[in-house]
Design a protein around this ligand. Structure first.
Ligand code: UTP
Length: 304
């Protein structure tokens, strides 16, 4: 056991389901996986990987499809590039390339033969994960936080409770149809035990406005449940449906993390994240602010 206290196991394995087709970003995603789209200077997948490593994970499992070589290539060693940067004395850039995956962290790639849904993608990680609690991060949910990352906050909570933990945020009622929605027995403002979870309910049917976002810490019992989970919403094998089973026998907590989540699976979410990260960037902030102001001024002039 790594980093265990109070007899609870610290989550060590992070699963990144990145085998989706990314149809909302076509034509870009015809050849570039959605997870490789950059926010300022890093691809989405790197933000999620950094968050997992900060939370204490040392084994990263990428569920990819046969077209997504770019993700594996990105985490592979780039001998030629590293040599060139070394010879040119570009130490800073060399460090950036090497730090994509720090020493002591290993990456494992598993192919999902068919995009049968998020639940099915998670099930593909079973042979690597085995019988310990594990994290799932969806890289297109980018979570910006000034303090601890969202997964670290959740891992700390999981260590205290010993149960599964699912990240949630409040959404407007009108948007419940885009999310998994949970109901909790008791919610203390940050966390509460989930009593019900429903995938994409209409606002009228939604049990609350607490929506699931792409961070989970799951008990490995989820795998047996996923094996018998039938196709659900959208004809896909839904992780939500297996979690609905899990919570009938185990503690699964909803956890409202500190941080801002950007839905980078949508055009506007990707743009919003780019704007926020640019405005927060230590080197680009001032220039980015001016550039945005100029763009607004010019567009205003054109529109008048
Ligand atoms: P999305 O619902 O965002 O689907 O999947 P998508 O295919 O990536 O994107 P769109 O909707 O076509 O634009 C949520 C997460 O689950 C993964 C995706 O890669 C994404 O991280 N996923 C989804 C899989 O790994 N396999 C699947 O079969 C489905």
């Amino acid at each position: 056991m790594i980093g265990a206290t109070h007899g609870q196991q610290r989550v060590r394995i992070a699963v990144f389901p990145v085998a989706g087709l990314g149809t909302r970003f076509l034509p870009a995603t015809k050849t570039v996986p959605k997870e490789m789209l950059p926010i300022v200077d890093k691809p989405l997948i790197q933000y999620a990987v950094d968050e997992a490593i900060e939370a204490g994970c040392d084994t990263l499992v990428f569920i990819t499809n046969r077209y997504k070589h770019a993700v594996a290539d990105y985490f592979d060693k780039a001998y030629e590039l590293e040599q060139k940067l070394e010879r040119a004395g570009k130490a800073e850039q060399l460090a950036l390339v090497r730090n994509v995956l720090p020493e002591g962290v290993r990456a494992v790639f598993v192919t999902q033969a068919e995009a049968l849904g998020l639940g099915h993608a998670v099930l593909c990680a079973k042979p690597v994960v085995g019988s310990e609690p594990f994290a799932v991060l969806l890289p297109d949910d980018l979570i910006w936080s000034r303090g601890d990352g969202a997964l670290k906050q959740m891992a700390d909570h999981a260590q205290r409770t010993g149960g599964s933990v699912i990240a949630v945020q409040d959404v407007p009622r009108a948007q419940t149809g885009s999310y998994g929605i949970v109901a909790t027995d008791s919610f203390d403002g940050q966390a509460g035990r989930i009593s019900q979870i429903v995938e994409k309910p209409t606002p009228a049917d939604a049990p609350s406005n607490l929506a699931v976002v792409g961070r989970y810490i799951l008990n490995p019992a989820i795998f047996d449940l996923l094996e018998t989970t039938q196709q659900g919403a959208g004809g896909e094998i839904q992780l939500t449906d297996a979690i609905a089973q899990l919570l009938t026998s185990q503690q699964v907590d909803a956890f409202r993390f500190h941080g801002t989540r950007f839905d980078c699976g949508t055009h506007l979410g990707l743009i919003e994240a780019t704007v926020r990260y640019a405005l927060d960037h230590e080197l680009l902030s001032d220039a980015a602010r001016k550039l945005m102001q100029n763009a607004l001024d010019e567009m205003g002039v054109v529109e008048n």
